[in-house]
Design a protein around this ligand. Structure first.
Ligand SMILES: *Cc1c(COP(=O)(O)O)cnc(C)c1O
Length: 396
């Protein structure tokens, strides 16, 4: 190895390790379901984004296998050359129907959507107002566009109103866009979309909502935008196919013209091979399932409310979440890590999240209940929470 590289890696990895920032990655033996096995031991899994349990759904597995039989394992090319399969067209029509838009475009990941869509529309003559807690892929997508980035305090509508007005009235920018997560992943709070529309619409500001954690969860499954009935007011609806949908990939839903432009211009669409046939068919099956029935969605909320009530009754601080995302806020970083480790010793897999992912002094373990958990699993988890919480003096 080149000495400079060696020095760089050693110094920086040691820094992370010395500061408790180095994440040892566990390998899961078998499927990522409501229970998981790691090094031969079984855990109740409260750390996945597999909200509806679809990652191991039998109908999706069958759909994927059948598509592999009929279409093979790879798409063979980028979409614009000859990697667009009939399965991709079917998926995009289904996604547009799901989101209540004219059209949709699928990408290889949610991360890719933000790389693709923001920079296809925004450039150095434009400005983007961006909530300070937006996901990393939004931040990177904004940077890639070279537009002026204006940070807005988290869900602070007065701050948005003022900065939006300033940006438009300055006359400095050609286009202005506001970008927000639909559901914020660390606290589980929901973007104030009705107020956002009220502020942005009269000023001619485009609205871009990344609903990665809202789809399948909010709006009877259709997402946060549908929850507020604002499909006609939001220009870009971004989603992932890897969380509630259970597979992999992402999409942008919007007007036919917007989707035509993204197909003509967005770089991850033009220069990266499309979703594999098995994944594509499994995703379509998942979205159709969500449109046909709210059963999994209802089960998710049942379980989430059960877990939240249980944790609250035990005396834990579970923040102000409006969604199934359930933080248990411990505060001190070291104590948070110890708490998570003790939960794991006792068979509950919940990851700690500390600074710099969340502000200093707000360390938490983040619970992600799913539709696939049984009441017995949740009871067992609550029993462990009670024991470990008392042991570490987090609760009385
Ligand atoms: C998880 C997430 C993504 C990334 O989605 P992937 O499909 O996993 O790449 C993008 N945006 C937000 C807001 C997310 O929470």
């Amino acid at each position: 190895m080149v000495q400079k590289l060696n020095d760089f890696l050693e110094e920086n990895i040691n820094y992370l390790k010395d500061n408790g920032l180095y994440n040892e990655i566990d390998s899961i033996e078998g499927a990522n379901g409501p229970e998981i096995a790691i090094k031969g031991k079984t855990y109740i899994n409260l750390s996945s984004n597999n909200y509806l349990g679809l990652a191991t759904d039998e109908d999706l597995k069958t759909a994927a296998k059948n598509a592999i039989d009929s279409h093979g394992v790879g798409a063979g090319a980028v979409r614009s050359i000859n990697g667009t399969l009939d399965l991709h067209d079917e998926l995009e029509q289904t996604l547009a129907e799901f989101k209540g838009t004219e059209a949709a475009i699928a990408y290889q990941s949610g991360f890719n959507c933000n790389m693709a869509a923001i920079s296809a529309v925004m450039n150095k003559n434009d400005a983007i107002l961006s909530d300070e807690l937006n996901h990393a892929s939004i931040i990177d997508g904004c940077r890639l566009s070279k537009a002026k980035i204006i940070r807005v305090n988290h869900s602070d509508m007065d701050d948005l109103r003022q900065k939006a007005k300033e940006a438009v009235e300055s006359g400095q920018y050609n286009k202005v866009m506001y970008i927000t997560d639909g559901v914020f992943s660390m606290d589980g709070d929901v973007a104030k979309l009705p107020e956002i529309v009220e502020i942005c619409e009269p000023l001619g500001i485009m609205i871009y909502v990344d609903d990665a954690h809202g789809s399948g969860v909010m709006g009877k499954g259709a997402g946060t935008v549908k929850h507020f009935g604002l499909q006609d007011k939001v220009d870009f609806q971004i989603g992932t196919l890897s969380k509630a949908i259970g597979v992999v990939g992402g999409y942008v839903a919007g007007s036919q013209q917007l989707i035509d432009w993204l197909k003509a211009q967005s770089r991850p669409f033009l220069f990266s091979t499309s979703l594999a046939p098995g994944d594509t068919k499994a995703i379509t099956e998942a979205v159709k399932k969500l449109m046909a029935s709210t059963e999994l969605h209802d089960q998710l909320w049942d379980n989430a409310n059960y877990l939240k009530d249980g944790l609250k009754n035990l005396g834990f601080n579970i923040g102000e979440s409006e969604t199934p995302i359930t933080p248990v806020i411990i505060g001190d970083e070291k104590k948070t890590q110890e708490f998570s480790k003790r939960l794991m010793d006792e068979g509950v897999y919940v990851k700690s999240i500390v600074f710099p992912t969340v502000p200093r002094g707000t360390g938490r373990v983040r619970n992600m209940p799913t539709a696939a958990h049984t009441k017995e699993m949740l009871d067992q988890a609550l029993e462990v929470y009670e024991r470990v919480g008392k042991e570490l003096n987090v609760i009385e």
